[in-house]
Write a protein that binds this ligand. Structure first.
Ligand SMILES: [Zn+2]
Ligand SMILES: [Zn+2]
Length: 133
């Protein structure tokens, strides 16, 4: 099981299945949202995801005219988990401690065609020019 929380600890959640695969999206929207090279997430089944505390601190924002949304803590601004599709949540892995991610590794890089000019991807994750499901 993995426990996650935002910087101010108001929002807390658990993932009740092992996290193995990390996806990094390098698109320009995720780079703005994350403030760096993109957003790194795991995708988990809704049945394995539980909010433990602080759902009232969550704000969700949809980018107009895009199929893109993010959730964040209204107190500290940390990126938070959100709806990936009807069955699954995406979970920013920076919210989870290293000890709960010992078996996780980056498997896919998305939107590499849009990555920051200064970024050099150095892991074994497969690089995709655009999006994959
Ligand atoms: Zn917070
Ligand atoms: Zn993206």
């Amino acid at each position: 099981m993995a426990k996650g929380s935002c910087n101010c600890n108001a929002v807390q959640f658990e993932v009740r299945s092992p996290i193995k695969h990390i996806y990094i999206c390098h698109c320009s929207i995720c780079r703005k949202a994350g403030g760096g090279n993109g957003v790194s997430v795991a995708v988990v089944n809704n049945s394995d995801f539980v909010w433990v505390n602080g759902q009232e601190f969550i704000k969700t924002w949809h980018k107009p005219n895009h199929d893109w949304l993010c959730s964040f803590c209204i107190e500290c601004g940390s990126n938070l988990p959100g709806k990936n599709d009807e069955q699954r949540m995406y979970v920013p892995v920076g919210l989870i401690s290293n000890t709960d991610l010992e078996n996780a590794k980056v498997v896919h890089h998305l939107w590499v065609s849009c990555k920051a000019s200064w970024e050099h991807i150095g892991d074994d994750g497969k690089q995709h020019a655009e999006f994959i499901d």
